[in-house]
Ligand binder design. Structure first.
Ligand code: B4P
Length: 314
């Protein structure tokens, strides 16, 4: 059975048997620096069940609910997100405990890529993201990547609108985008090479691209001399990969504060162009922000303006 069919079947049965929570959302768009951000308003998420104030929080990924397991694959499990806003939201978790503070390694990247390419059908790849480290917006400490579908053939996340502005973009080169005022590094991917290559070559390629980006990210952080304390902390970053590109954004803080003084936790999805509001005041505060980029810049590292050109390409 194809992974796409398996995802649909396990999701339908988990939904029918109430093994997962589905949170209804409404969304609106708001433009910032030429990108149409999507603001998802999910009021019922504020009432999401928790495991109380346990001194030792339960690790939900060590013995996950079998009703949510889509597939066992070597050292990994592909699992449905128990608390989903977007149907068919998947997690790829390591079977054995590994900390979420580790970077992704080539085998993580390979299963991530293959799942991304097949979970929703080859013409509908989704977006994979990884919230790494204490300031990244992650709530679970057991290593997990996440994949959400992007509904509609060929659909890309809002951030693609900025990626499309790179002139003569070349796979494997590292870029920073003028529209993004926070430190980030991005590389377009050679999907044709990956479609036509054996797993071992794809794994090598993805590993090289990821570690190349990670190096470039640390290089950019070394340019910043105004926040040594933050850069010396355990590194946190948000990572995403689509069928087109990889993006890394280093994180300084978990929460941003809106003009109205409302605290909002941000994860990788924010940098892909998807923002989340759990209360009406959060939703209104996001809509009222003069520039949503300010929120992302607060939780990332402001980018020094005079470096924008010299870091443009490698
Ligand atoms: P983390 O990396 O640790 O954290 P997160 O995605 O930021 O979600 P968080 O858990 O902080 O929840 P939040 O209220 O912000 O990921 C852990 C993942 O494991 C989450 O997806 C979680 O739901 C899932 N999980 C926890 N316990 C589980 C279990 N027992 N079995 C299976 N899965 C389990 O956000 C709530 C939901 O909204 C999350 O799914 C989040 O990914 C999603 N979301 C966040 N921003 C969004 C946006 N802009 N648009 C749509 N959805 C969004």
């Amino acid at each position: 059975m194809s992974l796409e069919t398996l995802v649909k079947e396990v999701y339908s049965s988990a939904k029918e048997n109430k093994n997962l929570f589905i949170f209804e959302s409404t969304s609106s768009q708001k433009e910032a620096n030429g990108i149409q951000f999507q603001i998802n308003y999910v009021p019922t998420l504020a009432k999401k069940p928790t495991d109380g104030n346990n001194e030792k929080p339960i690790n939900p990924f060590l013995n996950p609910d079998p009703a949510l397991v889509v597939k066992e694959d070597g050292n990994y499990r592909i699992l449905l997100n128990k608390f989903c806003v977007v149907p068919h939201h998947l997690l790829i978790i390591t079977k054995e405990y590994q900390p979420q503070t580790l970077p992704l390694f080539p085998p993580d990247m390979l299963i991530g890529w293959k799942t991304l390419m097949n979970a929703y059908g080859p013409s509908n790849p989704g977006m994979l993201f990884y919230n790494c480290g204490p300031q990244s917006g992650a709530s679970q400490g057991h290593k997990h990547m996440q994949i959400i579908p992007l509904v509609g053939a060929g659909v890309q996340p809002p951030i693609q609108q900025a990626v499309d502005n790179i002139e003569n973009s070349k796979a494997g080169e590292i870029y920073t985008l003028d529209q993004l005022p926070y430190v980030h590094v991005l590389t377009p991917l050679d999907r044709k090479f990956m479609d036509e290559s054996a797993d071992a070559a794809v794994e090598d390629y993805l590993g090289q691209m990821f570690f190349g980006l990670l190096d470039a990210m640390f290089q950019q952080l070394r340019f910043l001399d105004d926040d040594k304390e933050a850069t010396n902390k355990k590194p946190s970053f948000n990572f995403m990969i689509t069928s087109q590109f990889m993006l890394l954004v280093p994180r300084r803080l978990e929460d941003g504060i809106t003009e109205d003084g409302i605290k909002l936790s941000m994860n990788s999805l924010g940098f892909g162009g998807f923002l989340l509001a759990k209360t009406e005041s959060e939703y209104k505060a996001l809509q009222a922000m003069p520039n949503l980029m300010d929120l992302l810049t607060q939780v990332g590292f402001p980018r020094p303006l005079n470096h924008s050109q010299e870091l443009h390409q490698e």
